[in-house]
Write a protein that binds this ligand. Structure first.
Ligand code: ADP
Ligand code: MG
Length: 678
């Protein structure tokens, strides 16, 4: 007999073909099928009497079939079947379209639960093609799974049932008894059974709570272990943590937050333990300067710094910033990106290898195996959520346990930051540099578009610059098409004479870079772009950000986009264009006009959209959670944080026999669950 960890194709009824389908859902072993948790449930347990069903609402009715009326052909390809149901007080007419199978399954005189939208009126109630179950035979709460071609909900449900029957007893409970008892959590077996086939609503909740707890505890333990590992290592030791020369060379004075973040870093450099620090700060708070100051310190002490940016545009921009400030002080900076020629890359790598280059800035070309450093002391990753945990690790492996600095892209509430970046220490920059003016934000509809163009033109005439961002309509050709077409249309507007550049994700890196450089140098007045300008781009002379179809963006993303302006001393504006359909969208966008606080905005965003959309499917580089929700399960999260601390204090490497299960889970989550994202 196959084991829990064997391939799912050995499960009766699965086989090669369906195993391939399961693969698409991330299910490969029998065990992972049991942990393929439903995405939702259809509840047949709350029954509404027919008399009380309100037309237009979705109801579940329990009743007996008293009449069946066979096939009626309405026209070619459309036939319908009727079934008449009563719950003793009221009658319900059910129409089934094109589904003889369903019709035949329903037996005269038997009782079923039907769930669907009530049609008709108060006198004559109907339901079209409802879902139904036989309440005598199956549990009234039915799991709804993510599906893929070749696997229906019923099939999956059947396979899970079989797997539970055969292997349910082999499931080992990873939670130590003490934890389970103190927290009043159910056993593993009960949890897995009831998450798939809930006996009652309450049983489902109990099951879910236990699984959420287990998952979050595993996550916290994993992050805790990572943190512990670093603590045990010895880091690059800096003798002279003095950055006053750097500070004096700057054209502005650092904000208190920047100073504090740099001081935090310097303290880590002299501690003997590798730093693992996250710099959080709102858009435009000047996080780059923190990295720059720390890189300066490294260079002065004879160590190299690697700065990894998520895009070529950003890498180039950082290169200019770093070399502009550090270059005059005799610190050599170099750029390494994927689009450079083979020869350029080779020369660059030589400079890195023999230590001529003190600061190396690049995209993920930097983590290639052929890049080796003379003495890497600090690794900086910018806009970190684009990189996976593993990528961060890979770059760090290039040095003798270098210090690591991570700069976040999106400001997020502290509790959440601690959870996502639980393996990192945190420095928060609260205030923006002095002299920044608030960005005025307007919400307009399409009718005012021409006026907005006029407003943009007036600023361009004064030598300032602007962005217009169009959403990515879909992943196909249309991205290039939509911005190009948009720019084309502008020629018929008051913006016809302005020097306009187009930027979208489908362009080659060199092309993108060319346009971006032109814009940065002021050779273009207007940039029509998709969200490729979203993260990090810094052109202080740009003062207007106009966003088309603003309703299609998340609040945090809008805030990021808005952060592309307001970077200089000129008054800046953000214009959100939306012909929003409903009040809710309008309310959501209004938040942008009222607040400029990124932390607040991200909190609102999280509340409204949930973390899945907030981070994108796999942006934060954390293992993907199967069942816990970062926002809804915040209380459980705090509990598990405490437990993880307690457990790791007693058993820092999870070596006790009673922690073997947890250790296995951690390995599983962090080995198989982490997503890479370049
Ligand atoms: P972000 O935190 O969004 O990455 P950047 O590091 O790109 O912000 O900085 C935004 C802009 O602010 C840059 O043009 C930078 O030169 C400028 N800047 C940074 N620190 C200061 C400061 N202390 N005073 C004035 N301007 C600053
Ligand atoms: Mg930045």
């Amino acid at each position: 007999m196959p084991q829990l960890n064997d391939s799912i194709r050995y499960l009766k009824g699965v086989g090669e073909q369906r195993a391939k389908c399961y693969e698409k859902l991330g299910v490969d072993t029998i065990c992972s099928l049991l942990r393929f948790f439903p995405r939702a449930y259809t509840d047949f347990s709350e029954i509404t009497p027919v008399m009380e069903c309100v037309p237009g609402s979705v109801c579940c009715v329990r009743g007996k079939i008293f009449k069946k009326q066979g096939e009626q052909r309405i026209r070619k390809g459309l036939s319908l079947f009727k079934v008449y149901v009563t719950d003793g007080e009221g009658d319900l007419t059910i129409t089934i379209f094109n589904n003889r199978f369903a019709f035949d399954a329903l037996q005269m005189g038997r009782e079923y639960c039907f769930r669907g939208r009530i049609q008709g009126n108060f006198l004559r109630k109907e339901m079209n093609s409802p879902e139904f179950i036989d309440p005598e035979r199956v549990s009234p709460i039915r799991a709804v799974y993510h599906l893929t071609e070749g696997l229906s909900n019923n099939l999956i449900s059947g396979h899970v049932k079989k797997a539970l029957e055969l292997w349910g007893d082999c499931l080992e409970d990873a939670l130590p008894d003490t934890v389970r008892q103190k927290e009043g959590l159910c056993h593993q077996r009960f949890a897995v059974e009831n998450i798939h086939f809930p006996q009652t609503k309450n049983a489902l909740e109990v099951a879910k709570y236990r699984l959420v707890f287990e998952e979050l505890l595993t996550l916290q333990l994993g992050l805790g272990l990572l943190k512990e590992q670093h603590r045990e290592e010895t880091g690059v030791l800096i003798q002279n943590p003095d950055v006053s020369e750097f500070e004096q060379a700057l054209p502005f004075s650092l904000t208190d937050g920047q100073k504090q973040a740099i001081a935090d870093g310097l303290k880590d450099f002299t501690s003997g333990v590798p730093m693992n620090r996250l710099v959080q700060g709102d858009v435009g708070s000047g996080k780059t300067m923190v990295a720059c100051g720390l890189a300066f310190c490294m260079a002065k002490n004879g160590f190299q710094t690697a700065v990894m940016a998520p895009t070529e545009i950003l890498a180039l921009q950082h290169y200019r910033t770093f070399s502009g400030i550090l270059g005059p002080m005799g610190i050599s900076c170099t750029l390494l990106t994927g689009s450079m020629t083979v020869k350029q890359k080779r020369e660059c790598k030589e400079q890195i290898a023999d230590g001529q280059a003190s600061v190396v800035i690049g995209t993920h070309a930097l983590i290639q195996d052929t890049v080796s450093f003379a003495g890497l002391g600090l690794v900086v990753t910018d806009e970190q959520h684009r990189f996976g945990v593993n990528q961060r690790k890979k770059l760090a492996e290039k040095g003798e346990r270098p210090h690591r600095l991570v700069m976040s892209a999106t400001p997020i509430p502290r509790t959440l930051a601690l959870m996502i970046y639980g393996d990192l220490d945190l420095s928060v920059i609260k205030e923006a540099p002095k002299g920044r003016q608030p960005i005025d934000t307007f919400l307009i509809d399409g009718k005012k578009r021409q006026r907005a163009y006029g407003f943009i033109r007036d600023h361009i005439v004064r030598g300032l610059q602007a962005y217009i961002v169009c959403p990515l309509i879909d992943e196909g050709e249309s991205e290039a098409f939509s911005v190009t077409e948009y720019a084309e249309k502008l020629k018929g507007s008051v913006l016809s004479g302005v020097r306009t550049g187009v930027l979208h994700g489908k362009m080659k890196p060199v092309q993108k870079e060319k346009v971006m450089s032109q814009f940065q140098r002021g050779e273009l007045d207007l940039l029509v772009s998709t969200t490729v300008v979203e993260v990090g781009v810094d052109v202080p002379n740009a003062v207007i950000m106009m966003i088309e179809n603003a309703e299609l963006f998340g609040l945090s993303q809008l805030h990021q986009l808005r952060g592309r302006v307001g970077r200089g001393t000129e008054k800046s504006y953000c214009i959100l264009v939306s012909d929003y359909g409903n009040e809710q969208t309008r309310e959501r966008l209004k938040i942008m006009t009222k607040s400029s606080d990124g932390f607040y905005i991200s909190e609102q965003d999280l509340k409204q959209r949930g973390p899945g959309d907030f981070f994108g499917a796999r942006q934060h580089g954390l293992p993907q959670l199967k069942i816990a929700n970062m926002v809804e399960d915040m209380d459980t999260l705090r509990k598990t944080q405490r437990w993880a601390k307690r457990i790791l204090m007693q058993d820092p490497a999870l070596e006790f026999p009673e922690h073997a299960g947890l250790r296995r889970e951690v390995e599983d989550l962090f080995e198989h669950g982490t997503q890479e994202n370049g």
